[in-house]
Design a protein around this ligand. Structure first.
Ligand SMILES: Cc1cc2nc3c(=O)[nH]c(=O)nc-3n(C[C@H](O)[C@H](O)[C@H](O)COP(=O)(O)OP(=O)(O)OC[C@H]3O[C@@H](n4cnc5c(N)ncnc54)[C@H](O)[C@@H]3O)c2cc1C
Ligand code: FES
Length: 279
């Protein structure tokens, strides 16, 4: 069993939880994820490790409440435990060699996954800019945390209610056109956001890493659920990713495959919703 030692609501649909998980905390690297089950009947759900404290033996996960399993997890409180936390899974992020200037881009809850990347780059002496995008001011997360681990934070909202008005791609394009030089870009967020960042960075020939979120089942390379096409080749995101060269990813196929169970997911959400005022 894995005990929750801290729970904090970051916005109406995003929750942070810190778990006692000493073995994972000792080994996990930026870019890696865990698979949790709330209870023995629960489905297996992947979440990226947002932070780890090897001394305390804890890991922090940040999740958006989107469906049945994330609602069940969110219903737990400090002191409660979950059945399983398996990990660390996947490959740690590997930057291209000799990166001196990087731009880390997070969209929505993707900022939770972008945070450890920014922190690792900044701590390793890489000049790190962060562009964090949200639909509106009320759902902004991790602003203070990002400020501590980057050279410049550009916060954008689609509706202009906070920070710069517009999409992360607008902010990135403006910076590049104004002379900012990036050796690499890391983009993590909704699939369409990652696709459009990659279309932009391709024009400027900037190597771009994305963290993919296909549907995962076993997380060990056995079931094929997380199959993605990268550079015309089939890759398994749970063991070969989740990070890939964004210029090679078939994003349209990923979007299509992620919709496979939408009807059943909607039905489950309707069934569970009664218990969650934020769903
Ligand atoms: C490597 C990886 C890391 C992730 N990290 C985070 C994170 O740090 N924070 C976060 O909020 N979300 C993260 N996700 C997405 C998260 O796994 C889904 O939101 C979660 O599975 C939803 O489950 P549900 O039962 O609550 O919702 P459901 O109603 O079952 O599904 C809602 C949506 O979540 C996705 N989803 C459902 N089941 C799975 C599954 N088994 N594997 C992957 N996606 C699924 C689908 O796109 C679906 O449309 C990550 C996904 C992957 C693959
Ligand atoms: S989740 Fe089964 S092969 Fe990747």
């Amino acid at each position: 069993m894995f005990r929750i030692i801290k729970k904090k609501r970051l916005n109406p649909s995003v929750t942070l939880m810190e778990f006692e998980a000493p073995y994972i905390a000792a080994k996990v690297k930026p870019g890696q994820f865990v698979i949790f089950r709330v209870d023995e009947q629960g489905e297996r759900v992947p979440l990226t490790v947002n932070n780890a404290d090897p001394v305390k033996g804890t890991i922090t996960l940040i999740f958006q409440i989107v469906g049945r399993s994330t609602m069940k997890l969110d219903a737990l409180e400090e002191g409660d435990s979950i059945a399983d936390l398996a990990g660390p899974l996947g490959m740690a992020t590997e930057l291209p060699p000799d990166v001196k200037n990087i731009c880390i881009i997070g969209g929505g809850v993707g900022c939770a996954i972008a945070y450890p990347q920014a922190k690792a780059c900044f701590e390793n002496g890489i000049h790190t800019d962060v562009i964090a995008g949200f639909r509106s001011r009320d759902i902004v997360i991790l602003e203070e945390e990002f400020k501590q681990c980057c050279d410049e934070l550009i916060l954008c909202t689609d509706d202009g209610s906070y920070g710069k008005k517009g999409f992360v791609t607008d902010a990135l394009k403006e910076r590049i056109e104004n002379g900012c030089h990036y050796d690499a870009v890391v983009a993590i967020g909704p699939v369409p956001m990652m696709k459009f960042v990659c279309l932009l960075t391709k024009q400027y020939n900037i190597p771009t890493i994305v963290s993919l979120n296909p549907i995962m089942v076993d997380g060990t390379g056995m079931c094929g659920g997380c199959r993605v096409t990268v550079g015309g080749t089939i890759r398994y995101a749970c063991v070969e990713g989740p990070d890939f060269d964004g210029h090679q990813v078939d994003f349209d196929e990923l979007m299509h495959r992620n919709g496979t169970f939408r009807e059943r997911e909607d039905a489950c959400r309707m069934f569970t919703q009664g218990g969650n005022p934020h769903a």
